[in-house]
Design a protein around this ligand. Structure first.
Ligand code: ADP
Ligand code: MG
Length: 277
């Protein structure tokens, strides 16, 4: 591997107190598809501070998943800069700074819930005693204590998704990347999981990047909402929702402050003339 030389005056990258956990400047990504280039992201600038809960909202195909994948080092940007905790996404991935949660829980049906949660630890050769200790802690965090020996198909969709959150937490990552994790669940279950997620976030102090299609979900959960335009994905608006406080209950959705923020998100989406189908 060729490591580019660093000018002697330039300090080595490292995490600085108060520095953004995610620092993105002028980021673009073009996929080379068979029928020509797909411009997925264009000139994205974004800073995320430690402990923030940031939601990404925008029409299908605007590059939300792509952006999360770039942060997680699963996709290489075509241009621009990105640092995660002061290092490259690759270094951050090697340090296991990430927990990734997808729309489908992706649990192995032949493994119990405990053994699903322990799988990443098993892969990295963590001892059985430590695996047990960690999986018990993570399952308790997502309120699945007592379900360790069940199989995924014995659990509801919401419980399965909680198990996949516990699995993502197994290495105690600094960042949780969640790609429409509750998109396939009905509204009542989603509401309940949103409240639980908020509590988990408050308790663990993680930085969360969360993709959603739902305006109320984005506003309810976030300290910051990033509104994106149709392809190529650009940031239209970044809305500060921290005035709603850290811990919220579902009733907050009826308050004028909440509705005002939701209105601004909707305006942003409309300005990008999204959802025209
Ligand atoms: P979103 O998550 O906002 O729905 P994506 O990030 O998945 O959007 O995709 C952004 C755009 O890039 C879409 O037009 C999609 O079809 C395209 N795309 C995603 N992955 C690839 C790929 N591997 N090759 C080519 N095009 C892709
Ligand atoms: Mg997506």
């Amino acid at each position: 591997m060729v490591v580019p030389m660093r000018a002697s005056t330039e300090p080595a990258p490292r995490a600085v107190a108060g520095a953004p956990v995610v620092d993105i400047k002028g980021l673009s990504l073009t996929y080379e598809a068979a029928d020509g280039p797909v411009y997925a992201l264009s000139n994205v600038d974004l800073q995320i501070a430690e402990g923030e809960f940031v939601s990404f909202i925008g029409p299908s195909g605007c590059g939300k998943t792509t952006l999360l994948r770039v942060v997680a080092d699963l996709e290489q940007p075509s241009g621009g800069h990105i640092r995660v905790n002061g290092v490259s996404p690759n270094e951050a991935r090697l340090r296991r700074d990430y927990g990734f949660i997808f729309q489908a829980p992706a649990l192995y049906p032949w493994r119990t819930i405990r053994r699903n949660v322990e799988l990443p630890l098993e892969i990295f050769g963590i001892s059985k005693a430590e695996r047990r200790e960690r999986s018990a802690r993570q399952l308790e965090l997502v309120n699945l204590k007592g379900f360790e020996n069940k199989f995924p198909w014995q659990l509801s969709g919401g419980m399965q998704q909680r198990a996949s959150i516990a699995r993502a937490l197994s290495f105690d990552p600094k960042l949780l990347l969640m790609d429409e994790p509750f998109g396939a669940l009905d509204e009542i279950v989603r509401d309940h999981l949103n409240e639980q997620l908020l509590r988990l976030w408050d308790k663990t102090g993680k930085t969360v990047l969360f993709v959603t299609h739902s305006i109320p979900e984005a506003v309810f959960l976030s300290t910051k909402i990033v509104v994106m335009s149709p392809r190529p994905g650009r940031i239209i608006d970044i809305i500060d929702a921290s005035s709603l406080g850290r811990m919220r209950d579902l009733d907050i959705r009826e308050t004028p402050e909440f509705l005002q923020i939701a209105h601004r998100v909707r305006e942003g989406l409309r300005a990008g003339h999204s959802y025209d189908d």
